[in-house]
Design a protein around this ligand. Structure first.
Ligand SMILES: Nc1ncnc2c1ncn2[C@@H]1O[C@H](COP(=O)(O)OP(=O)(O)OP(=O)(O)O)[C@@H](O)[C@H]1O
Length: 337
């Protein structure tokens, strides 16, 4: 395993600045997730590390060695893509063996077999090794694609939304397994996604990208509880944080330069009547089984509040609401407190 570091990387495609002055490091054995919406520069960043793109400025270092101009094959990185690109005419076994059978490696077949068996066990595809890869489900195919990266034992794994083509249940299963395997192997993984749940559940640290810039890096807990700006605050949390103009909701001692206030859905206290806070009205209740989302109207504003599954509130009721743990932002969306 190795660490990877990007220093002041710029990359444009014509007029499009895909990556702007990006600097960060993935430590040895760390799982770092880059999170951002479409077009934020996630894939380009991965391709720069893989050597599939060359930066306009800045450098890429792997274990301290400058590889900015090195060919992809010499970087010892494995890439897992969103679309599993398996060889359809080969068995699962031969798909997994393929990267190990390259003439450059000259790996003996018994070594290949023992690596494949170990990886197949980890990914729970041991029973499928003789199947044609086209006879697999989507989830199994993606396991094989991940397995093909694992058998190589590269210094760094680069993963580009590897779970996004799977259905929700499979995605949740594979998320847990990938995290477990990463821990067991002590693997260095740079993973990109626009799925906040993947970022929150798998990352040691999350880097938030916006329009090619890295706007904040921190542990999932730090990014969630202590966002640097309103953009970062809105990237994590489902439903999304409520952001209101200052004054819309009573808060104690707002900073002087505060312009808006952000309140997470679990940080709004509600009471029926006579309670503290502002007058509001419950528009409707969304029942999700394990929780409820209350959609609330507060003057001209709409808010979402998380409520317990057993709530007996119903649409149309008058409520009082009060914010706990508000986050304050200035006019430019920067966090003040
Ligand atoms: N080869 C290319 N030629 C021209 N423009 C490109 C190229 N690759 C990326 N871009 C542009 O660079 C920007 C960043 O693209 P990138 O694919 O890195 O974003 P992303 O965050 O991975 O998005 P997505 O989640 O949609 O994959 C986008 O505006 C994209 O259109």
């Amino acid at each position: 395993m190795a660490n990877v570091s990007l220093r002041n990387i710029d990359k444009s495609f014509g007029e499009t600045k895909a990556v702007r002055n990006v600097t960060f490091e993935v430590a040895k054995g760390e799982f770092l997730v880059l999170l951002g919406p479409t077009g934020a520069g996630k894939t380009t960043t991965l391709r720069l590390v893989a050597g599939l793109e060359k930066p306009d400025a800045g450098s890429v270092l792997i274990d301290g060695a400058d590889v900015t101009s090195a060919a992809p094959a010499s970087r010892d990185v494995a890439f897992v893509f969103q679309q599993y690109s398996l060889y359809p005419h080969l068995s699962v076994y031969d798909n997994l063996a393929f990267p190990l059978r390259s003439p450059a490696r000259r790996m003996p077949e018994d070594e290949i077999r023992s690596r494949i068996e170990a990886v197949a066990g980890m990914l729970r595809i041991g029973g499928k090794l003789q199947n044609r890869s086209t006879k697999l489900s989507g989830g199994e195919m993606q396991r094989v694609a991940i397995g093909r990266a694992l058998v190589r034992r590269p210094a760094i794994y680069l993963m580009d939304e590897p779970l996004s083509s799977l259905d929700a249940k499979l995605r949740a299963d594979l998320r847990l397994e990938l995290k477990r395997i990463q821990r067991d192997l002590g693997a260095t993984i740079l993973y990109v996604t626009h799925d906040q749940i993947e970022a929150m559940t798998m990352a040691d640290r999350i880097g938030i990208l916006s329009e090619g810039r890295l706007v904040q890096v921190g542990s999932p807990r730090e990014i969630y509880a202590d966002p640097d700006n309103v953009y970062v605050a809105a990237r994590l949390g489902q439903p999304s944080i409520n952001v209101l103009p200052l004054g819309a909701l009573p808060v104690r001692s707002a900073p002087r330069t505060a312009y808006s206030v952000g309140v997470r859905t679990e940080h709004l206290d509600i009471s029926r009547d006579g309670g503290p806070g502002a007058n509001a009205r419950l528009d409707w209740v969304e029942h999700l089984g394990d929780q409820n989302h209350l959609h609330i109207r507060l003057g001209d504003h709409r808010l979402t509040i998380l409520a317990q599954p057993g709530t007996d509130l119903s649409a149309g009721e008058a409520l009082r609401i009060e914010a706990a743990n508000p986050l304050f932002f200035d006019e430019d969306g920067r966090r003040i407190r």
